[in-house]
Every structure is written in structure tokens, then in C-alpha cells.
Design a protein around this ligand. Structure first.
Ligand code: GTP
Ligand code: MG
Length: 208
């Protein structure tokens, strides 16, 4: 057994964060765990899965899908395959997947792809988690960039594009509007704590 396999052997609870490049996955992991994970202004900062351990809990920050500055298209495909492989290989061990979206541009991006009859990668991944039976939370990040009075309309539009019926509040067990920048994390943290509690892992609550 390799060193990596040994160190990952005893994982009792794993949370992964996936999503497009630059949506704030690493910033959210930073907020959740208090660990100084590398974040950056440009897409493509996290290039390999990054693990934060707390007891036997693993929080995995995945590289971002989609556009990466200075990275050739072929490399992007490799990153996508790498992530999908990580999810498929560790499916048994993954308790919760957090799909992170940038709340501002999400609706426009999906609609632009839809106009070309293509499925945007976020929606593809959301469907993949569903097919694999992975419990999924959608963290809608960068809510600080959306006017407060527009929050409900934007969130309704987002759930609709994920194939769910609005209003979004009926999905509040899986949709978590947050702002890593403002430290406004309660919606996501409370959903993660609920998952830990349901898995009878109250001992891990103190780490979230
Ligand atoms: N306005 C705003 N900016 C944010 C928020 N969260 C993260 N950012 C910014 O978004 C940029 C990308 O953040 P990262 O956490 O590195 O994003 P990532 O998804 O990990 O990116 P990759 O590793 O490239 O996939 C940084 O400039 C962050 O400061 C937020 O809630 N609001
Ligand atoms: Mg990152």
C-alpha cells in the first residue's frame, strides 16, 4: 500500500467541494476549517485535490472545472477527468458533496450554454452527484455581490436551472446562499452540521 493510501485509510467522513474555477471553493474551505488554504484572484489556483483533516474527517478542496487562465484546453480536460475520477474512485467514502456556484453569473452562463444546446459543466456535475447517489449541497457563493432585494429571484432562477422547482426555499435543506468574503457562512455550516448529526457524528460538529 502506498503512503497516500495509508494516510487516507481511516477516513470516517468526507466532504468534497467541487465547482467551476474561481467560484470560491478554497475560500469556503478556509472559512469552514480555519486553515490557510491558497486562494487567488485568477482561476486555476487549486490544481490538485487539497485535503484538510480533522480527526477522521476529510474536507477535500477540488480543482475548479472550466476556464483556467494560461492553461491549454487539453489540460482543462485532464483536470475535468481527474476530478470525475476522484469522485468515482472515492464515491463510497464521500458523504457529502458541496457544489459551489458563483451566484452572480450562474444564470447567464447556464442560459448561454443552453442556447447552444449544451449542458454547462456545473449542471453536469450536479446530475453526476445525483446519479452516483451522493448527498449534495449547493453553496451559492458571492451573495455579497447580489443586491439583497434580488436574492430570492436569483436563487429561484438558480434552482430552476438545476432542474428543481422554485421557490428555492423549499430546497433549503440543499441550497445554501453564502459569502466567503463576508464570512457569511451560516447557511452552509448549518447544513453540514445537520449531515454530521444525521450520520451520528456529533463528535465532529466542533470542526465545522
Ligand atoms: N465578492 C466575493 N469574492 C469572493 C467570495 N469568495 C471568494 N471570492 C474571491 O474569488 C476569488 C477566487 O477564490 P478561490 O477561493 O481561490 O476560488 P476557487 O474556486 O478555489 O478557484 P480555483 O482553485 O481556481 O478553482 C478570490 O479572489 C476570492 O477572494 C465571496 O463570497 N464574495
Ligand atoms: Mg481553489
Amino acid at each position: 500500500m502506498t503512503k497516500k493510501q495509508t494516510s487516507l485509510k481511516k477516513i470516517g467522513f468526507e466532504i468534497i467541494l467541487a465547482g467551476r474555477s474561481n467560484v470560491g471553493k478554497s475560500s469556503l474551505v478556509r472559512e469552514i476549517t480555519g486553515q490557510k488554504i491558497k486562494v487567488g484572484k485568477r482561476p486555476g489556483v487549486t490544481l490538485k485535490p487539497k485535503h484538510v483533516h480533522h480527526s477522521d474527517m476529510l474536507i477535500t478542496d477540488l480543482p475548479g472545472f472550466g476556464f483556467m487562465s494560461g492553461v491549454k484546453e487539453r489540460k482543462q480536460d485532464i483536470v475535468k477527468d481527474q476530478i470525475v475520477r476522484y469522485i468515482e474512485e472515492n464515491n463510497e467514502r464521500i458523504n457529502v458533496a458541496v457544489l459551489v456556484l458563483d451566484g452572480g453569473p450562474f444564470i447567464d452562463v447556464v442560459d448561454r450554454w443552453g442556447a447552444k444546446n449544451e449542458i454547462p459543466i456545473d449542471v453536469e456535475i450536479f446530475d453526476l452527484f445525483h446519479e452516483l447517489g451522493i448527498d449534495t449541497i449547493v453553496a451559492v457563493n458571492k451573495m455579497d455581490r447580489i443586491k439583497t432585494q434580488d436574492h430570492d429571484v436569483v436563487l429561484d432562477g438558480i434552482v430552476e436551472r438545476l432542474g428543481l422547482f422554485p421557490p428555492w426555499r423549499q430546497w433549503n435543506n440543499m441550497i445554501a446562499p453564502v459569502s466567503a468574503k463576508k464570512g457569511d457562512m451560516e447557511n452552509l455550516e448549518s447544513l453540514l452540521r445537520k449531515r454530521l448529526h444525521a450520520a451520528k457524528r456529533d463528535d465532529l460538529l466542533k470542526y465545522i
